[in-house]
Design a protein around this ligand. Structure first.
Ligand SMILES: [Zn+2]
Length: 90
């Protein structure tokens, strides 16, 4: 019974993280809409090829036209690799 409560609690936390992340557009969110390059407005392909570990984990793409790296919300990634220092852009 305790194991069930723990598993259910972890699942609930995961759901809250994803829903909250989708609302505030952080890396936990799920973006099902189209994403465009922040510089040249080229649409990113729906099936993406991750260029780095953080892109594989958190989403995001590198523009094949101008090379700009953007997250899965189409926002430019200023400094790749240090995503734990991610500044809030609000
Ligand atoms: Zn571009």
């Amino acid at each position: 019974m305790i194991a069930f409560v723990i598993i259910f609690g972890i699942l609930a936390i995961g759901v809250v993280l994803v829903v909250h992340g989708t609302v505030v557009k952080n890396r936990w969110g799920v973006n099902l809409g189209p994403v465009y390059c922040p510089h040249c407005k080229t649409p990113f392909p729906m099936v993406r090829k991750p260029q780095s570990l953080s892109q594989a984990m958190w989403g995001g793409s590198t523009c094949r036209v101008c090379g700009t790296e953007a997250d899965k919300w189409g926002r430019e990634v200023a400094s790749p690799a240090r995503f734990q220092n991610e500044r809030s852009s609000r």
